[in-house]
Design a protein around this ligand. Structure first.
Ligand code: LLP
Length: 411
């Protein structure tokens, strides 16, 4: 949906240079057509399973308009905070399709989720399950609880986004869960009805999923033997996208063939919590080139964006491609950097891109996931604006913050 026509970059039929000029930069822009396409692919991957729910992972991109789009596909939500629950409900989401993960759910967050009537807590520790039980007892209700297990699986992704290996803060070990079964049975205000797993993000091969799902299937059967009526298997998200066009995309055909038998054998409702796969490739971050600086035998393309707008290179050495909005002849090899006062404020190092000059616009592509949602106001930089291209229409979905806004909440 992003393509050059006569050396000018378009999203669907929209000329991106016009949008950059009208709304200013840094600017996030998303294509709803790409999100819809990915949503269909995911639905298709689960087509052979009877009872399924796709719970969009709200942390990935939580603009209300993106959430509304997700609810229009009948997707639920995987949330991590009261704020995400609030935004999803504001977008018209159904609380009965919400699963709530996170290692540090507070008393207030548990109460809010109980009052909202969510589908299931994904509890990450025994003390948390005890806290949920007490909160539900105080309200004289039964809380729906799933247990997030840590299957000790190598996800083959960046260490900082690996969540299903032993030794990290996420989930309960299988051993501890089974050993705690009797104790959990005595908690009268919970219905322990789900097993949950999420092994990490940006995973491009099918194997780690199959390994994790097999462990979930085993735990479900053990828990049933121990007397729990397990009705839901929540299998998390993690499906990667080819940021580097040399990488093969995630093979959903293979996934479908290999995962379906395991999923069916569980005899439960199946939930997936995808995020990046749905929105990652839909988005670009439009930047303006402020300066071209030659120093140390290198070329720095200095943009008006920063790690406050897009932190993924600084945090995970993440790879993104760059496309100038207007193509010039030739190429340069450069470091593409931002304005923030940190050496780690880089978007790419030693990268060959089509020639750019001062004042040009460039797009950091595949920026729809964990881009804006991880942005901050570091260096007193107002948050960027966001635009959605939806069936040929360009809609501003978040105003650019003003300088005045920066002092709004300081007392
Ligand atoms: N479910 C749970 C419980 C999660 O923690 C996550 C992501 C997801 C689902 C969605 O995963 P996805 O399908 O998007 O891979 N900021 C990092 C990624 C952190 C992932 C956090 N959890 C990045 O920019 O790469």
């Amino acid at each position: 949906m992003y393509r050059y026509i006569d050396n000018k970059l378009y999203c669907e039929d929209v000329l991106l240079k016009d949008i950059a000029e009208i709304h200013g930069t840094p600017l996030y822009l998303y294509s709803s057509a790409i999100i819809s396409k990915r949503a269909l692919e995911l639905k298709n991957a689960l087509a052979d399973i009877d009872d399924t729910l796709i719970a969009y992972s709200v942390k990935v991109n939580n603009n209300l308009n993106i959430l509304k789009l997700m609810t229009s596909f009948s997707f639920g939500a995987d949330i991590i905070s009261a704020g995400e629950l609030y935004k999803y409900l504001k977008a018209g989401g159904d609380p009965k399709k919400v699963v709530f993960a996170g290692v540090a759910k507070s008393h207030e967050e548990i109460a809010y989720a109980l009052d909202s009537g969510i589908l299931m807590f994904n509890a990450e520790s025994i003390p948390e399950i005890i806290r949920i039980n007490e909160a539900a007892a105080g309200k004289n209700i039964i809380a729906p609880v799933g247990v997030r297990i840590n299957p000790d699986v190598e996800a083959g992704t960046h260490a900082k986004i690996t969540t299903g290996k032993k030794g990290v803060k996420f989930g309960i070990s299988v051993q501890n869960l089974l050993a705690s079964a009797e104790r959990l049975k005595n908690l009268k205000n919970i219905n322990l009805m789900g097993i949950d797993v999420h092994i990490g993000s940006q995973i491009l091969s099918v194997e780690p999923f199959i390994e994790a799902y097999s462990t979930v299937a085993r735990v479900i059967s053990e828990m049933r033997k121990a007397g729990f009526d397990i009705k839901i298997a929540d299998l998390g998200g993690g499906f990667g996208i080819p940021y580097n066009k040399k990488d093969a995309p995630f093979d959903f055909n293979r996934y479908k063939v290999e995962a379906a038998p395991i999923l069916k054998s569980m005899g439960t409702k199946i939930i997936l919590e995808p995020g990046r796969f749905l929105v990652g490739e839909s988005g670009v971050l439009l930047l303006r080139v402020e300066y071209i600086k030659e120093e140390w035998g290198k070329t720095f393309v200095i943009t008006n964006g920063g790690m406050n707008d897009y932190i993924r290179y600084a945090m995970y050495d993440a790879y993104n491609d760059f496309l100038p909005l207007t193509l010039r002849d030739g190429f340069i090899t450069c470091d593409i950097v931002g304005t923030v006062c940190e050496t780690s404020d880089i978007f790419a190092a030693g990268r060959k891109i089509p020639t750019v000059k001062e004042g040009d616009f460039i797009a950091l592509v595949d920026a729809g996931a964990y881009g804006f949602s991880m942005a901050s106001r570091y260096n007193a930089r107002p948050l960027a604006a966001e635009v959605l291209v939806d069936r040929g229409k360009v809609k501003l979905i978040r105003r650019r913050e003003s300088l005045e806004y920066l002092t709004e909440t300081d007392l």
